[in-house]
Design a protein around this ligand. Structure first.
Ligand SMILES: [Zn+2]
Length: 285
């Protein structure tokens, strides 16, 4: 796809149709809180901010970004009707604990992070839909990765071609493409199609993973993305593919479910934070 032609990015159409014709919450240049964000928020909010900023940086590390687009959100433990989202205009490599915005379910910024950028409206619709419908979900990740969109366009969906694929083969929602996500009533179909799953494919659009913790949601998204990469590679090979027996798929999927063997993503998360801290701990600021 030629990005330099006149066709805007899918999310740019969305902002054009937004009521005020601009990005929500865009501030005047220089409008910023004067005290450090860390002094203005609770301890648990700060901890959530640090972990969420880490998740953004890890998406860069693992090649799951789309320029300035996409979002990862985290519900606040002490303000369960509000969640943190990235300032729309920053690259994921620029996200820090202090420049995340806190928003409510009406799309209002209730605490502006250290950024003059606003929030992305489709991002608010998609993530808000999941946070509203699923009180058990505290983190939602949405991506436009090449492999994820490729598999989302395959009528067969995720196939159990690898252990990663087996994890999701029977445990995933599918949401048919309704175009660019700009209508609030798509929240209902998004929530319906996700159901009780922790992952969903947005047909011809991308992936969603969610979970009770940022660590778990990241781990789940990493696995789903890996399943998609493997599936695309295997299907492109042109050779006949081997499908494992259904009982093997079922049992493997069961063993991979969060909590069956151990808390999901927790042990990995500590290593992920060490990885970031060795290279650039600025996400913590
Ligand atoms: Zn999207």
């Amino acid at each position: 796809m030629n990005e330099s032609n006149a066709v805007a990015h899918p999310h740019e159409h969305a902002e054009a149709s937004n009521n005020n014709g601009s990005v929500l919450g865009m501030a005047a240049e220089g409008e910023n809180v004067s005290r450090p964000i860390r002094e203005l928020v609770s301890e648990v909010e700060w901890e959530t901010r640090v972990n969420l900023a880490a998740a953004y940086r890890l998406m860069v590390k693992y090649g799951m970004t789309d320029m300035i687009y996409n979002h990862i959100t985290a519900r606040l433990p002490d303000r369960t009707d509000e969640f943190l989202i990235n300032a729309y205009g920053l690259h994921y490599s620029e996200i820090t604990a202090s420049n995340l915005h806190r928003v409510n379910h009406d799309g209002e910024i209730t605490m502006r992070g250290n950024s003059h950028y606003g929030i992305n409206y489709p991002g608010f619709i998609i993530h808000g839909a999941v946070h509203l419908a699923r009180p058990d979900v505290n983190c939602v990740i949405h991506t436009h990765t090449r492999a994820g969109i490729a598999v989302s366009a395959m009528s067969v969906g995720v196939l159990p071609l690898s252990l990663f694929g087996m994890r999701f083969a029977k445990n995933i929602g599918y949401h048919d493409c309704e175009g660019t996500v700009v209508k609030m009533d798509e929240r209902e179909t998004l929530a319906r199609d996700l159901g009780g799953h922790d992952v969903m494919m947005l047909r011809n659009h991308g992936l969603i993973a969610c979970g009770p913790t940022i660590a778990q949601a990241f781990n789940t998204h990493y696995m789903l993305e890996t399943a998609c990469k493997i599936q695309v590679d295997a299907m492109c090979s042109g050779t006949e593919l081997v499908m494992p027996p259904d009982e093997v798929v079922q049992e493997t999927a069961r063993l991979f479910q969060p909590g069956v063997r151990r808390a999901y993503g927790v042990m990995e998360w500590e290593a992920m934070l060490r990885l970031l801290d060795r290279e650039d701990p600025a996400y913590r600021e």
